[in-house]
Design a protein around this ligand. Structure first.
Ligand code: MN
Length: 203
């Protein structure tokens, strides 16, 4: 079974004005779809056919993988995390156990936001910024990764993923990555999804 492009969890115009319908449409319908199509072509009937996307992401960095396989599998999965990390009329504050951990691991929501923005701006070139549950350390962390890389490769669990490739914001913000990330954090973050991921990760 080939991998399919997951439908957006909201209409294309639902993230405006922080992210325009044109950006969402191109990002999902062209960029995300392109990673899925290339992934399917590379997996074909080869040794990774039948594996889940998560398995392919974890295994495809190793020896013997087809060139480009990790990049396209990683990007296919990272974009699923990205769309889930946002919702219309999002932002606000986390609740429950995740709110408690944000206090203890970062010193509160403002400190988390500052670390998240700094990581996003510090990522040179294309990549991602994450709120992640570090499985070994049993702690929350902010990380930035390059290109298609994901914390999942190292066994950690994404709680929030924001795309900082220019295709995510260039039409709306040109090169002003800070404006894009700030708008996402303040008006679109899906803390309910993050909390669900957190509770699953802790078991
Ligand atoms: Mn993207």
């Amino acid at each position: 079974m080939p991998f399919l492009l997951s439908p957006l969890p909201y209409p294309e115009d639902a993230l405006a004005p922080a992210i325009s319908a044109r950006t969402v449409g191109l990002h999902h319908g062209v960029h995300h779809r392109g990673y899925i199509d290339t992934l399917n072509a590379l997996v074909g009937d080869g040794p990774m056919s039948g594996m889940s996307l998560e398995e392919i992401v974890r295994k495809s960095g190793g020896p013997g993988a087809a060139p480009g396989l990790f990049n396209n599998a990683g990007q296919a999965l990272n974009h699923d995390h990205y769309w889930s990390s946002m919702r219309p009329a999002g932002g606000g504050e986390p609740t429950g156990a995740l709110q408690v951990r944000l206090e203890s691991d970062f010193g509160g929501l403002p400190a988390f936001k500052a670390a998240f923005l700094a990581a996003a701006l510090g990522q040179f070139g294309s990549g991602w910024v994450w709120l992640v549950w570090k499985s070994t350390a049993q702690a929350l962390a902010v990380e930035a990764t390059a290109n298609a890389d994901s914390p999942m490769v190292r066994g950690d669990v994404p709680l929030l993923a924001i795309d900082v490739w220019e295709h995510a914001y260039y039409l709306d913000y040109q090169s002003a990555r800070a404006g894009y990330v700030t708008a996402v954090v303040e008006t679109l973050l899906n803390w309910e999804w993050a909390e669900g991921q957190f509770l699953k990760a802790r078991g």
